[in-house]
Write a protein that binds this ligand. Sequence first.
Ligand SMILES: Nc1nc2c(ncn2[C@@H]2O[C@H](COP(=O)(O)OP(=O)(O)OP(=O)(O)O)[C@@H](O)[C@H]2O)c(=O)[nH]1
Ligand SMILES: [Mg+2]
Length: 654
Amino acid sequence: LPISIAILAHVDAGKTTLSEQILYRAGTIRTLGRVDRQNAFLDFGTAERERGITVFAAQSEFCWKGREFHLIDTPGHADFSGEMERSLQAADGAVLVISAVEGVQSHTETVWKLLRNRQIPTIFFLNKLDRIGADPERVIQEIRKILGAECADFAGSCQSGNFSEELCEQIASLDDNLLEQYLEGNAAPEDFADTARKLIAAGKLFPLYRGTALTGEGVEDLLDGLACWLPEMDASPDDPPRALAYQVRHDKQGGRVVYLKVEQGTLRPRQELTVCGQDGELHSEKIGELRRYNGPKFSPISEAKPGELCAVTGLSLMPGQIAGEGAGENSSFSMQPLLSAELLFDEDQYHPLTVLGWMRELEDEEPLLGIEWNEEMKKISVHIMGEIQLEILTGILEERYGIPVRFGECQILYRETIAAPIVGYGHFEPLRHYAEVHLRLEPAEPGSGISFASECRTDDLSANWQNLIRTHVFEKEHRGVLTGSPLTDVKIVLLSGRAHLKHTEGGDFREATYRAIRQGLMRAQSVLLEPWYAFSVEVEASLSGRVIADIQRMVGECQPPETLGETVRITGFAPVAGLRGYARELTAFSRGKGRLSLQFDRYRPCKNAAEVIEERHYNPERDGENSPDSVFCSHGAGFPVKWSEAERFMHLPL
Ligand SMILES: Nc1nc2c(ncn2[C@@H]2O[C@H](COP(=O)(O)OP(=O)(O)OP(=O)(O)O)[C@@H](O)[C@H]2O)c(=O)[nH]1
Ligand SMILES: [Mg+2]
């Protein structure tokens, strides 16, 4: 069976160049393209070719030494880490490329964490050995120290028996049985190879290769390594099919294409598969076309086996969802945007709702965009990872829809939660409609997001209606009442609800649920949350006082500095608001020698909440889409009741 491998690294490490060489040497492509000549096979988008950076993950396939591989080249810029993380779910193995000049970077650490969380067997490739300043030994030390990875030089190791004494010792040191045999002089060469394979599959040993992707030096050795050391796929083509959606694209004809990794069984065109709908219910959907993508091109295929990457039309899946066996299990993603920006365009020429439709299409491909529509102001804003992403989005909007846009200033993406439990009431009863919902909102663990439970008996409100309320709780981001930022870390408990035998329609519980949440929030003790980074700064010892003072000014927290030879490392936590421009400052006062590494840590209560709330001018009572008020009916007509009065009118006991 084939396996899928992802090529990962920090930006510009040479992933696309390496992928190009792999495909060329394995015979998938006949001419070798180059990123710097704008003809790389896998960087085929306009924005990618113009800027020479990868924005979209792209796939292809190749064969080496009798083994079949599917390959995904991923973007390395931190702004596109959402795309990278989605690709990772499809990977059975990974090649982590590190430039032998730049070494382990902050983004390398991010990628490494994701790889370890998903337990993906990983091979290192030290690239750019041809460049002046390449220092593979230093970088190997960084891999050991910063990533804590047990990496081992596997160059030329593919024929067993070809292990150096040093490599044998390293492998034996990781396995007690082998160590004993080795010390007694009873270990055969195959024992080392077998143990190495087991350790690699278990994520305890990481083979390392080195070379120059630009010239192809070392690439065949790496290919041998992939064929020799990565574990086989453990699945059967005869099992019931199960496939994981890892990417969504809209093709030039406007068709929605879902990219799938087959995990077990076999997929075929026009096959029926179970999928989980927006309402949380399982239903059946039919595959239209089954395609295999190779760079920009695709061809129809008649089947896809476990380990393979393919794409289908006709399925409504979102990235992270499963089709077939196990439908309904979703995988979650850890990358999240910490900034947002308003979309600016000529509103006389383009209707905001048309533009909203286009943005929703882009959001279908990149869910992290979290498009926000402000009904009252007719404004669209997007969640973003960074400035480069805005430039790329501008290019895509121009190319796809012909609309010139700009973006407003980037703002921190705040969130809101509550400090104590509160009950919220919502009633929705315009003429011939009816729904009432009572919910308790409870503060929940930081980082837990929104969760739901029911304490309502099914005798009082049927399971169908309860499920519908649950769906409405999860179907959108609810807004806090301080700044209109997304609500998080709240457990929503259904206490009671009522439907009307004749008059309750689909949307009524949606209205009542949203209004109940907002009514509760209006009376709750709300807390504004801001994102914090975990940082690590490396500077000359003489500058450590300056760094510590800067972090204190940001009201961050520092550990005592650790000495590393001539430099010191300072780690700690600080608000994104303070650290976001710090890389530039550090470069200036350390004359380019300081190193800053940032990882999102978590949301914490905002220290200058009052100031931020004041700046945002958010009026929760005038947020038309998110009204806290209820609607009751009297003498055949609906009438609004303000949230502060609503409790008195409720039909169910409080
Ligand atoms: N000297 C040298 N240059 C290289 C090597 N590999 C890649 N490059 C150059 O480095 C630049 C970046 O290479 P890419 O292959 O686009 O890097 P990438 O990792 O795909 O970058 P992103 O996808 O944008 O993260 C290009 O100009 C390449 O020509 C190498 O081994 N030696
Ligand atoms: Mg690339």
